[in-house]
Design a protein around this ligand. Structure first.
Ligand code: M6R
Length: 612
């Protein structure tokens, strides 16, 4: 949420570079955008509610450009989306401009003090504006931007990444972060600060990750990182290996469709990184020992949204294979329920972005109580990755669409590998089972291509049903967890009211909603549960439901009972979620397309939820 771009270089051109950067951060979700530059020794700020093209319309003047500037895409928390509430915010005499991502929890207290002692007039309803005034007040006292920012951040509570510039020191931008992402990019004759690497990847693939409470001072010639006591910190440069193209659409109409089709390669890459030629799982870079694994008596898997759904499959796999009790919880609940954690607890955080605030805070809670923390993360160097004892990376590549697809399937692959590794270590599975599962996983990419060959048929089903107001998803066993994901995918991008429930639970209440024409997706891929699912399909059909089922090739019982059946290739029950979810992703995509929705950036949603 909220995107920050700061640039300082030798020549003018900051406007286009910052605008381009903001566009690369659109995936984070936003409702307004703004830019401030130092032009003729004065800060000039332009901001506009709505999409970035609204801002572009008001900054066309070629005179409005500079060699230094800061830009922002805002996702409203305090105050409605409006021109005034958009960032950057400036102090009273317009000598300090600030962009902020996060929430300043004690902003009311600071605001009251600024009103009382400094007679400040506020222009916006935001928490962020207090930062500009506070830095302005401190600058007047000490005459040094670095010191003023340090002093101000010591007063601020909450989460923030901020970038500041002042017309009194027009050669630099200064950034500081606490629990919100901030990275610095090393360019040629220029340097950058941003919320994420794509904002400057066109110009620089050399990055410094800024840590909590560090202050980064950026001029055109150098980037210096300091601690809170102004002591310089040495940081290794991170070299980005993926390129700009990887973050673009490669001919697909939407990022979501591109990312759906990238699942075979993402899965293959995630497997390749962890499997030796002989099919053994290597834990390179992970310090967890056999003794550690034998010690764990409980595992928590904690995550949000789609990552939580991956965690539900993880529970199923670990309990079945490694015979350890697993609880999967949504991070926002886990944090506030006094979970029982000690040194024998393994805490697994799953997060695509690695910046999800609830997941991060749950991780910190678990760590503070002695749990061992293993994370499954896509974004290298993200906060969750850095704060974990060990990281099991998903190799999905950048995921831009708000609706998560390839992150989910690569997270599943990691969960299976973790489960198999633990099971092998504990001796709860034999070699034949292990080898069979590894082969099943390796065959998934090819089987996904077989599902893609049915894309046109799924598109037709989507066209037929895209006007439905309500769709139910049911399943049993691990299918019930995939039904949650299918339902989330549909609701978040098509805005159809969809609902997922374990098929066996239907008759305990929800079946009351079934009437003539009620549309159901029945996930029936588990061989051992086919007959039970058959009965559930009969129950709803008897009440008039229209049933589209998903079953393994050749499952005539299910296809005969259903109105329609989408087949997935035969596979072991355990790994079926890797296949079953894909027709549901494709269905959601085309339904949203037929409904004319903004597929990659659905309303009200952000790619990276960095506030509670
Ligand atoms: O970056 P994370 O994996 O931590 O994000 C978690 C959720 O916010 C995310 O999965 C969300 O539910 C997606 N929009 C689902 O498509």
């Amino acid at each position: 949420m909220c995107g920050i771009v700061g640039y300082v270089g030798e020549e003018t051109g900051a406007k286009d570079i910052i605008l381009g950067g903001l566009k690369s951060l659109e995936y984070r979700g936003y409702d307004s955008a703004g830019i401030a530059m130092i032009c003729d020794k004065k800060i000039v700020t332009k901001k506009k509610v709505g999409v970035i093209s609204n801002l572009e319309k008001i900054i066309g003047d070629p005179e409005f450009d500079s060699n230094i500037g800061i830009g922002h895409t805002r996702w409203a928390t305090h105050g409605v989306p409006s021109d005034l509430n958009a960032h950057p915010h400036c102090n009273m005499d317009n000598t300090v401009a600030v962009v902020h991502n996060g929430i300043i929890e004690n902003y009311m207290e600071i605001k009251e003090e600024l009103l009382r002692d400094h007679d400040i007039t506020f222009k916006s309803e935001t928490d962020s504006e207090v930062i500009a005034h506070l830095i302005g007040v401190y600058y007047d006292e000490c005459g040094d931007l670095h010191d003023a920012v340090t002093k101000a951040t010591k007063r601020m509570r909450g989460t923030y990444a901020i970038v500041v510039m002042s017309s009194k020191e027009p050669d630099k931008i200064i950034g500081v972060r606490k629990d919100a992402p901030l990275v610095a990019g090393i360019g040629k004759g220029c340097n950058f600060l941003a919320s994420d690497i794509p904002a400057f990847l066109k110009y620089s693939g050399q990055v410094y990750f800024i840590e909590n409470n560090e202050i980064v001072v950026v001029t055109k010639d150098e980037i210096k990182i300091y601690d809170e006591d102004k002591k310089e910190i040495h940081r290794d440069v991170f070299h980005v290996t993926w390129d700009v193209d990887a973050a673009e659409k490669a001919g697909y109409e939407h990022f979501m469709l591109k990312e759906i089709h990238e699942q075979p390669i993402g899965i293959e890459e995630t497997l390749t990184r962890r499997l030796t030629d002989s099919g053994e799982i290597n834990l390179d870079g992970i310090s967890m020992t056999k003794e550690d694994i034998e010690k764990f008596d409980k595992i928590y898997i904690v995550a949000c949204g789609t990552a939580y759904h991956a965690g539900l499959v993880g529970k199923y796999a670990i309990e079945k294979m490694a015979k350890i009790t697993v609880e999967t919880d949504v991070a926002s609940e886990f944090r506030y329920r006094d979970p029982l954690i000690d040194e024998k607890t393994l805490f697994i955080a799953i997060s695509q972005s690695g910046e999800t605030q609830d997941t991060l805070q749950a991780l910190r809670l678990a760590k503070s109580k002695g749990a061992r923390v293993l994370s499954v993360v896509n974004v290298i160097g993200s906060s969750v990755a850095r704060e974990s004892d060990d990281v099991f990376y998903t190799w999905a590549g950048p995921e831009i669409a708000v609706a998560s697809t390839k992150a989910y399937t690569t997270q599943l692959v990691c969960m299976y590998l973790i489960a198999l590794y633990m099971a092998r270590t504990k001796g709860t599975i034999d070699n034949a089972y292990y080898d069979r599962m590894i082969t099943e996983l390796k065959n998934i990419p090819e089987k996904l291509e077989m599902i893609f060959s049915q894309e046109k048929d799924i598109e037709k089903i989507a066209e037929e049903f895209h006007r439905n107001n309500e769709i139910f998803f049911i399943g049993r066993g691990v299918d019930s967890t995939v039904s949650l994901e299918g339902s989330l995918k549909l609701k978040e991008i098509s805005y159809i009211n969809s609902f997922a429930i374990a098929a066996g639970e239907l008759k305990h209440g929800t079946i009351a909603l079934v009437e003539n024409g009620t549309l159901f997706f029945a996930l029936a891929t588990q061989d051992s549960l086919t007959e039970k699912m058959g009965s559930n399909i009969e129950e709803i059909k008897a009440r008039g439901a229209y049933v589209i089922s998903i079953a393994k090739e050749g499952n005539e019982l299910i296809s005969n009972l259903s109105d329609r059946c989408i087949f997935i290739p035969k596979c072991a029950d355990e790994v079926s979620p890797l296949l079953t979810v894909v027709p549901l992703q494709i269905f959601a995509y085309y339904v949203a397309k037929f409904r004319g929705c903004n597929i990659d950036k659905p309303k009200n949603l952000a790619k990276s939820v960095t506030v509670e």
